[in-house]
Design a binder for this molecule. Structure first.
Ligand code: ADP
Length: 594
C-alpha cells in the first residue's frame, strides 16, 4: 500500500511538471488540445484520490471507503478510456472544429455507450470481498470494465489504421506503444492485482502523448514547417511566373534593341531623332538586363546553374559591357576608364555568359550609382586568377547597408535611389555566380565618397588564335555568299538583315521549318541562321529533316540562358548565337563558318 502511495505521488509530481511546461508555452488552441487537457486533469484527480484514499484506508482501515474508492476507480477508468478514444478519433481524422457533424455524432454515440457502462458499474449491487486487494479481479463487474477497456483499445487501433495517411510514422509508433502498454497493463494487473497499475499507466500514456503529439514546441515546429512549405511553393510560383514572363519579353526586346541599333547606323539622322533612338536603346538595354537578372535568379534558385567550359575572349566581353553601359552615363558628368594589365591574356576557358553577367552587374551599378566623377575598371591576371576591380566616386554604401548588399531583392538607400532603375537582384546573382566559380568578392565603400568592388575568379588562360579578333563590322565582305534566315517572326528577320546589310551578302528568308526545307531543296546556300522556337516544325525538328547537309547551320535562340552551346552542337548545329543578337558576335560566327 505504501508503495502505491509513493508511486502515485511521484507520478503526480511528473504530471505537475508536464502541466507547468504545457501552460508556460505559447500554443495553438485546438480541439485535440482540449481533450488532452481533460485527460491530464482526470489523471491528476485520480492520482490525488489514490493518495488520499490509500492514506485514509491505511490509517483507519475503513472498508467502506475502500469500497467507494474501488467504484470511483472503475468509473474513472471508463471515463478515461472514452476521452482517450475521442482524442485519437480527433487526431486521426484531423478534426479541427467542435461543430463538425461527424464529430458531434461520434461524440454522442461514444459518450452514450460509456455513460451506460458507468451506470452499470455505479449500480452494480455489491463488490464483495472488500477486505482483499485482489478485489479488482474478484468480481464480474471488474472483468466487465477490463473488457470495455480492451475493446476501447482495439477501437482506437482500428480508427488509427483507417486514417493511417493522416498520421506521421513517428506518431504511429507512439500510438502502437500506447496500445501495447494498455494490453500489457491489463494482463499484468490480472496476474499481480496488488500492483494497481491503472492510474500510473494512464500517466505514462499522457506523458507519451505529450512528448510525441501534444508538446507545444513540436506543434510550433510543425506549424512553422507547414508555413515554410507554403512560402516556398508561393515563392517558387512567383519566380516561375516572372521567369516565364521574362522569357516572353526577350524576343520583342531583342527586336526593339536590334532595330534601334541598326537605325542608329544611319548617318543621315538628325540630332533629335538620334537622341530619341539612343534613349530607346538605353531603356531596352535596362529592360533586357532586368529580364536577364530574373532568368538568372530563377536558375540559381532552382539549382539549374550549368557552368560551361568554352574558350572566350575576355577583352571582347569587357569592351561589350563597357560600351553597353556608356549609354547610362550620357547626361552625367562621369568619365569611365578601363585599364587592362599589359600581361592580361586574351583567351580563357570557362563560362563567358556568367563572366559577362558578373562584369555587367558591377559596371552597371557603378554607372547607376555615380552622378559625378570617375569610374575606373581594372582587369589583371595573377596566379591563375582574374582580378576584376570596379572603382567609382558615387554615392557609396553605409556600413549597415553593406551587410544587406548581397540579399535578394534588397534595394538600399531608397530615399536617394528611388529614381534609379533596379530590382535588387544584381549583387545577389553576382555573389552566387562568384561562389559557383570558386571565386571571392570584396566591397569597400564610404558614403558620398564611392565604392570599390573587387572580384577574384579562378580561370585558366588558353592560347587560342581566332580567325579575326578585331571588330568585323566594317571589314567583312560576303559578296556572292547566300544566307537563309529562318524565323517565324518577321521583325527578327528584319533585325538580322539590317545587321548584315553592309556585308553585301545575299539574304533569303523562310518563315517556318517547312518553307525552309522547300527552299533548301530548290536553292544552294552558304549558311543558314535557324530560329529554334517555331510553330509546326521547331528549328531542331527542321534540322533533323535536312537530308544532305553540306553547309553550316547556326542556331539562333532566345532560350539562351536555359540551354548551352554544347547542347545545340550535340543536336547537329554548327554553332549557336544567343538572342538578343550582338552584331559583332553574329559577324564573328558567320566569318568563322562561311
Ligand atoms: P539593383 O542595382 O538592381 O538595385 P543590386 O543587387 O545590383 O540591385 O544592388 C543592390 C543595392 O546595392 C542597390 O539598390 C544600391 O542601393 C546598392 N549598390 C550597389 N552597387 C552600388 C554602388 N556601386 N554604389 C552605391 N550603391 C550601390
Amino acid at each position: 500500500m505504501i508503495v502505491n502511495i509513493t508511486t502515485s505521488f511521484s507520478f503526480l509530481l511528473v504530471l505537475a511538471t508536464v502541466l507547468y511546461d504545457f501552460y508556460s508555452k505559447k500554443k495553438v488552441k485546438s480541439l485535440e488540445n482540449n481533450y488532452f487537457i481533460i485527460l491530464t486533469y482526470l489523471n491528476v484527480v485520480a492520482l490525488i484520490l489514490d493518495i488520499v484514499i490509500y492514506t485514509v484506508v491505511l490509517i483507519t482501515n475503513d472498508t467502506f471507503i475502500n469500497f467507494i474508492f474501488i467504484k470511483i476507480l472503475l468509473i474513472y477508468y471508463l471515463i478515461f478510456m472514452a476521452i482517450l478514444l475521442m482524442y485519437f478519433y480527433i487526431v486521426s481524422n484531423k478534426i479541427k472544429s467542435n461543430k463538425n457533424i461527424k464529430y458531434i455524432k461520434t461524440k454522442k454515440t461514444v459518450f452514450l455507450i460509456y455513460f451506460i457502462t458507468v451506470l452499470l458499474v455505479f449500480f452494480f449491487p455489491n463488490i464483495n470481498n472488500i477486505y482483499n486487494y485482489n478485489i479488482l479481479l474478484s468480481e464480474d463487474i471488474v472483468y466487465f470494465v477490463y473488457f470495455t477497456g480492451m475493446v476501447s483499445l482495439f477501437i482506437i487501433f482500428y480508427i488509427i489504421k483507417k486514417n493511417i495517411k493522416n498520421i506521421t510514422k513517428q506518431n504511429y509508433v507512439v500510438i502502437f506503444i500506447i496500445f501495447l502498454f494498455g494490453i500489457l497493463s491489463v494482463i499484468v494487473q490480472f496476474y499481480i492485482p496488488e500492483l494497481l497499475l491503472i492510474i500510473p499507466v494512464h500517466t505514462l500514456v499522457i506523458l507519451l502523448i505529450y512528448f510525441s503529439i501534444e508538446n507545444p514546441d513540436l506543434k510550433l515546429v510543425k506549424k512553422l514547417e507547414k508555413i515554410n512549405k507554403k512560402y516556398l511553393v508561393a515563392s517558387n510560383a512567383k519566380t516561375e511566373f516572372l521567369s516565364n514572363m521574362s522569357h516572353e519579353m526577350r524576343t520583342p526586346l531583342n527586336v526593339i534593341n536590334g532595330l534601334t541599333e541598326s537605325l542608329l547606323y544611319n548617318e543621315k539622322l538628325d540630332n533629335k531623332t538620334k537622341e530619341d533612338l539612343e534613349n530607346i536603346k538605353k531603356a531596352s538595354i535596362a529592360l533586357l538586363e532586368t529580364v536577364g537578372n530574373i532568368l538568372d535568379i530563377d536558375k540559381i534558385e532552382n539549382k539549374k546553374i550549368n557552368i560551361k567550359n568554352e574558350v572566350y575572349n575576355i577583352k571582347h566581353i569587357m569592351d561589350n559591357t563597357i560600351n553597353l553601359n556608356k549609354e547610362r552615363l550620357k547626361n552625367k558628368d562621369v568619365k569611365i576608364f578601363c585599364e587592362i594589365d599589359k600581361n592580361m591574356p586574351t583567351y580563357f576557358k570557362g563560362d563567358p555568359i556568367y563572366i559577362k553577367t558578373i562584369f555587367t552587374n558591377l559596371i552597371s551599378n557603378a554607372c547607376k550609382y555615380t552622378n559625378k566623377g570617375i569610374i575606373s575598371i581594372n582587369l589583371s591576371y595573377k596566379n591563375s586568377n582574374i582580378i576584376f576591380i570596379v572603382k567609382d566616386t558615387g554615392i557609396g554604401i553605409s556600413k549597415s547597408n553593406q551587410k544587406l548588399l548581397f540579399k535578394k531583392f534588397s534595394r538600399l538607400d531608397l530615399k536617394n535611389n528611388i529614381k534609379i532603375e533596379g530590382t535588387g537582384l544584381g549583387l545577389a546573382i553576382v555573389k552566387e555566380l562568384v561562389g559557383n566559380l570558386k571565386g571571392s568578392i570584396k566591397v569597400e565603400s564610404k558614403v558620398n565618397k564611392g565604392s570599390i568592388f573587387t572580384i577574384i575568379l579562378k580561370q585558366t588562360k588558353v592560347d587560342y588564335k581566332s580567325k579575326k579578333s578585331k571588330s568585323l563590322v566594317n571589314t567583312i565582305n560576303l559578296k556572292n555568299k547566300k544566307i537563309l534566315i529562318v524565323d517565324d517572326n518577321d521583325l527578327n528577320i528584319l533585325v538580322l538583315k539590317r545587321m548584315l546589310n553592309k556585308t553585301n551578302v545575299i539574304i533569303d528568308e523562310a518563315h517556318d521549318g517547312l518553307e525552309c526545307l522547300n527552299k533548301l531543296n530548290k536553292n544552294k546556300y552558304d549558311l543558314v541562321l535557324m530560329d529554334i522556337m517555331m510553330p509546326k516544325l521547331s528549328g531542331v525538328e527542321t534540322l533533323s529533316k535536312i537530308s544532305n547537309k553540306n553547309f553550316p547551320i547556326i542556331a539562333v535562340t532566345a532560350d539562351a540562358l536555359k540551354t548551352s552551346k554544347d547542347k545545340y552542337i550535340k543536336l547537329g548545329f554548327d554553332d549557336y548565337i544567343q538572342k538578343p543578337v550582338s552584331k559583332d558576335y553574329l559577324l564573328e560566327v558567320i566569318n568563322i563558318h562561311i
